[in-house]
Write a protein that binds this ligand. Sequence first.
Ligand SMILES: O=C(O)CCC(=O)C(=O)O
Length: 264
Amino acid sequence: MKIEPLGGSLGAHVTGVDLRACSVDLCQQLRAEVLAYKVLQISGSVLSPDQLLKVAEGFGRPLVHPVVPHLEGHPGVIEIRNFGKAHTLNEHWHSDVSFEPEPPDFTFLHAHRVPQYGGDTLFANQVQAFEELSVGMKAALGRLRAVHSGAGLARIMGKSEVPEVVHPVVRQHPETGEKALYVCRAFSQRFEDMTGPESAPLLEYLFAWAVRPHVTIRVNWRPGDLVIWDNRSVQHYAVHDHGDMERVLLRVTTAGSRPIGESH
Ligand SMILES: O=C(O)CCC(=O)C(=O)O
């Protein structure tokens, strides 16, 4: 297995592994690398939905998405297709399903068909974003919690509204102990016990702070790539700059736990 960093802040590119036969040992090794690099792009294995689920099971229990329909016969797998820029669900910074009480730990995104150019995915390191704040801001944020809502996504998918949840603004990683910013433009609505307008100035500041270019990487997809990321320490953004060109990816997420803050 060869591992090369994808950028100065996060991410690594992995070659020399065959994911079609992902042993327990290999899955554990990859899991450790995801915790270290936060995002892994693993090239070279075209996987069926069942093979993708098998890799994911080496990390945790695959989940059924609360709002987006799954691939027929594969409850844990979502197919992401290009229905045009006006219909994209992911062209915004987010941490997957942060509007759930126990958001998924890991996401697995596997490229079957990719456009000739474009359709990249951006990732931002939320541990570095937190670490670069001032001591005073870190302390203030450590006392705050934010309300997350998937109502917008539910509306687009024609579902009845999903309940709001409250999570700490500073999330402590249960495995690495690292502290990360845990608010995102897509789902974080306001701070707990504050109105939207009261919350907006600081939330807007944090949304922008969290995705400054030097804490990001850009993943350019090739067919057969599997990208695995840790939702506890990154946000991501799907760039829709590929017009109507075909782009087909399969997605699986694995079970997580209730986000824990410093003072909760
Ligand atoms: O399509 C992509 O590149 C990213 C997909 C995404 O944002 C998601 O699955 O949450």
